[in-house]
Design a protein around this ligand. Structure first.
Ligand SMILES: O=C(O)CCC(=O)C(=O)O
Ligand SMILES: [Fe+2]
Length: 492
């Protein structure tokens, strides 16, 4: 599967080398009460911006917070069964993706399908994919998204200093909001297209990992870069610490409760001190410029339950419903259906065309259908937006099974010119081998021991799946025999 940057093996080696160099020592980190905190921020973490709670409109806070509580009450926030270094693990935080209709966000070999923002009024489009409460909640997060788009786009160098930390730096350097602003660093208006929501109640967690390098405390989310973003695009985060879902308020006695913090570090660097930024409920922070790629961040758990809404510019060139639908159209344009008899034939047998079709077949099966069903009924339960499109993609995919069958028949046909046949057989073999392996991987993921622990409505579904003698399917699910047949053609 696709991965960017260093390979896992390289990362492991790098990590081991750094840990060796470090021995038992911890790397220092600075928090706001430490001397030099502001200077460290300005020199080594300048892409980080804190927006204190008071700089957002009060009613936006209350709508967003109500929305997050609604999503929790409805059970929309779920742990993801992701893959880390070829192993299945549940995320410690519960999550949901909201965003532009038809958008998806891929992280840790998992494609999340966005519940649409529902930004328009219900009557306008007659949307009835989910109930009014959920729709209102989605809309509130869309409003927050709009606020962030504007705010991050307008943020100028000058503001950056005045917004950061408690304002000490402001007094020292004499900079305030009225200062003329140097040119904007961020190019063009920012359009966040998804938000990944996170929720965790530390009281419900049996054990959280200790932050290993700096000794920053318990982590809710370990050190990472955010994946699958447009290069150098910003990330905006809203942080809401609340009471747990049993209604035990923490607000009164907040002084003796540990607060939530984020940790930042320069990637692969054990010499620059880390930065720890405490967040009060309603505070927001932005990671701008290349901060996400040059630095890693983690989330350090406080004592109370907490939500965050993390707004991103997801790299969606192959991640939207419109994209995959047009890919399917491209593949299916090579299939001719006789209007009288309903029988099928391939339009062209050009190797490049066949290869495209088989690649699209694998893409729709593994990046869309299996990703979707692996996450069980969780999408359809809250909002039916994806139900129809997924049915249609499955129909298209099934026609592609027919196309593969016709392709196989053409390759096996006697009296073919030898060179042409060989080239076709090689293309088919490589697509089928890939398909066979990926089907196995998804079967394993669906039947893993962790998957078994999920309640039926969240349990992974291995779909599409069909039995050996399903008359409606043109090819078997298990491709081992066919792969052998094509291989033996190549050996002749
Ligand atoms: O909760 C936060 O503040 C950030 C969470 C985060 O890093 C993520 O979801 O990628
Ligand atoms: Fe992150």
């Amino acid at each position: 599967m696709k991965r960017s940057g260093d390979s896992e093996g390289e990362k492991r080696r790098k990590r081991r080398r750094l840990l060796q160099e470090l021995g038992d020592q911890k790397i220092p980190f600075l928090a706001p009460s430490d001397r030099g905190f502001q200077q460290l921020w300005d020199t080594s973490y300048s892409g980080l911006v804190l927006r204190k709670s008071c700089s957002l409109p009060a009613e936006l806070h209350s709508r967003v917070q109500a929305a997050l509580l609604t999503l929790r009450r409805k059970g929309c926030l779920l742990k993801d069964l992701v893959r880390v270094r070829d192993r299945d693990v549940f995320t410690a935080v519960s999550r949901a993706l909201l965003g532009e209709p038809g958008h998806t966000y891929r992280y840790l070999d998992t494609r999340l399908f966005a519940i649409p923002w529902h930004s328009e009024d219900i009557d306008v489009k007659g949307q009835n994919c989910c109930d009014p409460d959920l729709r209102a909640a989605c809309k509130a997060l869309w409003e927050l998204n709009t606020f962030f788009c504007t705010d991050v786009s307008q943020l100028k160098e000058g503001d950056r200093l005045s917004q950061s930390a408690k304002g000490e730096a402001e007094h020292e350097s004499g900079q305030g909001c009225s200062q003329p602003s140097p040119p904007q660093v961020c190019s063009g208006p920012v359009k966040f297209n998804v938000t990944l929501l996170n929720y965790m109640d530390p009281a419900a967690m049996s054990q959280l990992k200790e932050e290993p390098y700096y000794g920053m405390g318990k982590m809710a989310v370990g050190w990472h870069h955010d994946e699958n973003l447009i290069t150098h695009s910003p990330v905006a985060v809203y942080s809401y610490s609340c009471h747990d879902d049993k209604g035990e308020s923490s607000e009164g006695s907040s002084s003796d409760k540990a607060c939530w913090r984020i940790g930042l570090k320069v990637a692969w660097d054990i010499h620059t001190p880390g930065l720890m930024l405490p967040l009060e409920s309603g505070d927001c922070y932005y990671m701008r410029d290349d901060l996400n790629s040059t630095h890693q961040h983690c989330v350090l758990a406080g004592d109370t339950a907490r939500f965050s809404s993390t707004h991103r510019v997801a790299e969606c060139s192959s991640g939207t419903l419109t994209y995959i639908q047009s890919r399917c159209r491209e593949a299916l344009s090579n299939l001719h259906t006789d209007p009288e008899t309903g029988s099928h034939r391939l339009v062209a047998l050009l190797p490049a065309t066949l290869q495209d079709c088989e690649e699209i077949h694998n893409e729709v099966e593994f990046e869309w259908l299996r990703q979707y069903w692996f996450q069980g009924q969780r999408y359809a339960r809250f909002c039916s937006w994806w139900t129809r499109p997924m049915e249609q993609l499955e129909k298209d995919w099934k026609l592609m099974e027919t196309m593969t069958m016709l392709f196989l028949a053409a390759v096996e046909e006697e009296g073919q010119e030898e060179e042409g046949r060989r080239e076709m057989a090689e293309i088919l073999l490589s697509a089928l081998t890939d398909r066979h392996q990926q089907r196995q991987t998804w079967r394993d993921r669906c039947h893993s021991s962790l998957a078994q622990t999920l309640p039926p409505e969240e349990a992974p579904v291995d779909r599409p799946f069909w039995g050996v003698d399903d008359p409606s399917m043109p090819l078997p699910f298990d491709l081992a025999d066919i792969i052998n047949r094509v291989e033996s053609l190549l050996w002749r």
